[in-house]
Ligand binder design. Structure first.
Ligand SMILES: Nc1ncnc2c1ncn2[C@@H]1O[C@H](COP(=O)(O)OP(=O)(O)OP(=O)(O)O)[C@@H](O)[C@H]1O
Length: 303
């Protein structure tokens, strides 16, 4: 089921947020829907607004314009808190608690607590239950925080760059457990990440933020199918831009390469390749808004 009445993991209408202290407008006019049952990559350059969006969804901040709904309910309410888990970058845990105390706290605070899942997540990292959290490495603390989040059996799991401090093996293991969780229980996952190859392998929906605005909210496969990397003579550039959206282009002499979103069939003499999701995301992240010149090309033009 699609459309405005279909169940959604996240739905934003005219969403805006400004931090009071330094007055920066972190999000503006955000309008998007993430359907139920998706693993969503939340992508954007540093400062684009990813953490702010996740904090709003987790109920730690309140929107100051428009609206954000999580699982079709208001963030921060008792209902939303029971159904949504947020793992933030700072992973607040009590350093004097042992790992076992921490999991017990999770059990006391959550009626839907799944001890087996929480303990398995910790055990897979070879973390002894009797050690104090303050004595763990940052990566081990990440695993404990994730155990708390997974033990809650959330319907929506919000992860704010959770794996930056995990070693590559642990990272692979955690990603595999997350994918298994999503496949078995249909858990919605929204994962903010800068690791594009990982996104390519795991995510089926993309939310891309630029300067606090949503630039893409789209099915990953649809993105792959609608974009192409074209190589050909630069004298075709104007005709191309007239018919299709040129996300990013680079010229070397008379030869140009462009990432385009196709609107209809291609005309002209182009070598066409289907891009990976990673190439598309890099294209959007490097470029200005679609249709503008990429930063590299702008520099060449100014020289
Ligand atoms: N506590 C705060 N007080 C004031 N401004 C803030 C605060 N936190 C974030 N901002 C500003 O809000 C904007 C969005 O920041 P946010 O942390 O949401 O971005 P991000 O996409 O998560 O970045 P990163 O990839 O670096 O983690 C930035 O301009 C940032 O400077």
């Amino acid at each position: 089921m699609t459309g405005p009445d279909a169940p959604a993991a996240l739905r934003a209408t005219g969403l805006g947020f400004r931090y009071r202290k330094r007055g920066g407008r972190a999000l503006r006019d955000c309008e998007f829907t993430v359907p139920n049952g998706r693993i969503t990559a939340l992508v954007g350059r540093n400062g684009a607004g990813k953490s702010t969006l996740l904090h709003l969804a987790g109920g730690l901040l309140r929107a100051d314009s428009g609206e954000l709904r999580v699982l079709d309910t208001a963030p921060g309410t008792a209902e939303a808190r029971a159904r949504v888990a947020l793992l933030t970058q700072d992973k607040p845990l009590y350093p004097r608690f042992t790992v076992a105390d921490t999991l017990l706290m999770g059990e006391k605070l959550n009626s839907s607590w799944d001890r087996a899942v929480a303990e398995r997540t910790v055990r897979e990292g070879d973390i002894p239950l009797h050690v104090r959290v303050g004595e763990l490495s940052p990566g081990q603390r990440t695993r404990v925080a994730l155990a708390l989040a997974l033990g809650k059996r959330p319907e929506l799991l919000l992860l704010d760059e959770p794996m930056a401090d995990l070693d590559p093996v642990a990272r692979g293991e955690i990603m595999a457990s997350l994918m298994a969780e999503a496949a078995e229980r249909g858990t919605n996952i929204v994962l903010s990440s800068h690791v594009l190859p990982e996104i390519e392998q795991t995510c089926d929906w993309v939310l891309l933020l630029r300067d606090g605005r949503i630039e893409l909210s789209e099915d990953a496969e649809a993105l792959r199918e609608s974009h192409a990397v074209l190589t050909g003579h630069t004298d075709q550039a104007d005709a191309l831009a007239g018919r299709h959206t040129v996300v990013r282009r680079r010229a070397a002499g008379r030869q140009m390469t462009a990432l385009v979103r196709q609107h209809g069939p291609l005309r002209g003499d182009w070598h066409v390749e289907r891009p990976r999701l990673e190439d598309i995301l890099i294209g959007y992240l490097e470029a200005g808004a679609p249709g503008r010149l990429a930063p590299a090309e702008r520099t060449e033009a100014a020289a």
